[in-house]
Design a binder for this molecule. Structure first.
Ligand SMILES: [Fe+2]
Length: 185
């Protein structure tokens, strides 16, 4: 195996591992958690997942001829700094958007994973390898941010509802026990 093939294999392995880790970080969330922004300085989990995919699309657009972005609306929501891709969506309002939906973002994540896999499975020039490596590092940085943001999301604001026994069900249970006693006598 040549040096180029070795570094290409390791790029593909790093990419697969990074995408997998991102999904692992959110696997125990409820669907309702994905879109919530509990402070202006944090971002909802669905935004992070979409944004790291969008950055991979930027690299695809810079390295693949006539690349077509998945969706202009998604790009606008997920853009955080590139003015050349339009005005970025207000960071403090990432959590007021019910669209794109969580399902759309997860589908987007998978589509972009597959597109990048297809590209980096073939021979690449140095510049392209460098840019995809940068996208992996960017995603790792967002994994750290995601962990901080999840702590905020599931910290003060997270109060699981406790259920009180209703008097009706208590009475029913009492009556059921009385009936059982009657029956055994
Ligand atoms: Fe970013």
């Amino acid at each position: 195996m040549t040096l180029e093939q070795q570094s290409q294999n390791s790029l593909l392995n790093s990419f697969n591992e990074t995408r997998n880790t991102t999904l692992q970080l959110v696997k125990n969330l409820e669907r309702d958690d994905f879109g919530v922004q509990t402070a202006v300085f944090m971002s909802p989990p669905k935004w992070h997942i979409g944004h790291v995919s969008w950055l991979n699309e930027i690299v695809l657009s810079k390295t693949q001829q006539d690349y077509k972005f998945f969706s202009e609306e998604l790009s606008e929501y997920l853009n955080s700094y590139y003015n050349q891709f339009g005005k970025p969506h207000d960071k403090s309002k990432r959590g007021v958007m019910s669209r794109p939906t969580v399902d759309e973002i997860l589908e987007y994540f998978e589509v972009i994973t597959n597109r990048v896999r297809d590209v980096i499975s073939k021979p690449l020039d140095k510049e392209t390898m460098y840019l995809f490596t940068m996208a992996i590092h960017h995603e790792c940085q967002h994994q750290e941010l995601l962990v901080y943001d999840l702590q905020h999301l599931l910290g003060d604001q997270y109060r699981p509802a406790k259920r009180n026994e209703s008097p009706i069900s208590l009475n029913k249970e009492k009556r059921r026990l009385e009936l059982m006693e009657d029956y055994t006598i």
